[in-house]
Design a protein around this ligand. Structure first.
Ligand SMILES: [Zn+2]
Ligand SMILES: [Zn+2]
Length: 238
């Protein structure tokens, strides 16, 4: 069940708030009328997000008026002026991304492309959603769990012996199928840059399940993408 507010509509997600922030930047903080084509366009995109199939049947869901209110809320957070009903998500996204305009545009572009990639399939709620939101996190996870991608990486590392690229964990004493069970593929390309290109070996790190969990959690905590060196400094005891 989605959490709702206002007219029974679910709270705005990270994806949605990032898309609204991109539009806020596009219009230079001058909130357009709900009839403006760019507001209508965003309303359409939000209604097509691959986790809103049911609620998007409601005509009031993320209609142009709702998008207009959200833009005013963002303006309020950005300028400190106004009397709207600002949410904690509005504040959080502004704190994280208010000074990262180019990145926000890149993420918004990737989310829009991601909606097309995912198609009509609905994405379930994700426990540790990355800062770029649910659509791009789902695509990242799907890419990493792709059996062909995993096999490509394991086959590449088999001869040298499986070893975690962050903490160096290796268990050559175990039988190979058990060793394989320790390791996962992690996609190194930032979510907003990955696009539709085919995953190459160079895009991948072999991580033990524990380090994989930790690097994802650290990205959530820091609200930005993180490379292996930074993760190593954070995770591996000095
Ligand atoms: Zn590890
Ligand atoms: Zn990963």
């Amino acid at each position: 069940m989605a959490v709702t507010q206002g007219h029974g509509n679910p709270r705005w997600t990270r994806d949605e708030t990032l898309l609204a922030l991109a539009l806020y930047f596009d219009v230079d903080g001058k909130v357009p009328s709900p009839r403006a084509p760019e507001v209508k366009a965003l309303s359409e995109i939000l209604r097509s997000l691959p986790y809103y199939a049911e609620v998007a049947k409601q005509p009031t869901f993320r209609n142009p008026d709702g998008v207009g209110f959200k833009l005013m809320n963002i303006r309020q957070v950005a300028t400190g002026k106004g009397l709207g009903n600002v949410s904690s998500m509005d504040r959080q996204i502004w704190a994280e991304y208010g000074a990262r305009k180019d990145e926000v545009h890149q993420i918004a572009k990737a989310i829009k492309a991601g909606i097309a990639t995912v198609g009509s399939e609905q994405i379930p709620e994700i426990e540790q959603e990355l800062p770029e939101g649910r659509v791009l996190t789902a695509i990242h996870i799907r890419r990493e769990r792709n059996p062909k991608v995993r096999k490509m990486l394991l086959d590449d590392r088999r001869v040298a012996g499986f070893r975690c690229d962050i903490c160096d964990l290796a268990r050559p004493d175990l039988e190979e199928p058990l060793q394989e069970a320790i390791f996962e593929a992690h996609h190194l390309v930032p979510l907003a840059d990955a696009g539709e290109r085919k995953t190459k070996l160079a895009d991948l790190a072999l991580l033990c399940a524990c380090c994989h969990r930790l690097i994802h959690r650290a990205m959530v905590a820091k609200a930005r993408w993180m490379g292996l060196d930074e993760a190593r400094a954070l995770i591996v005891p000095g």
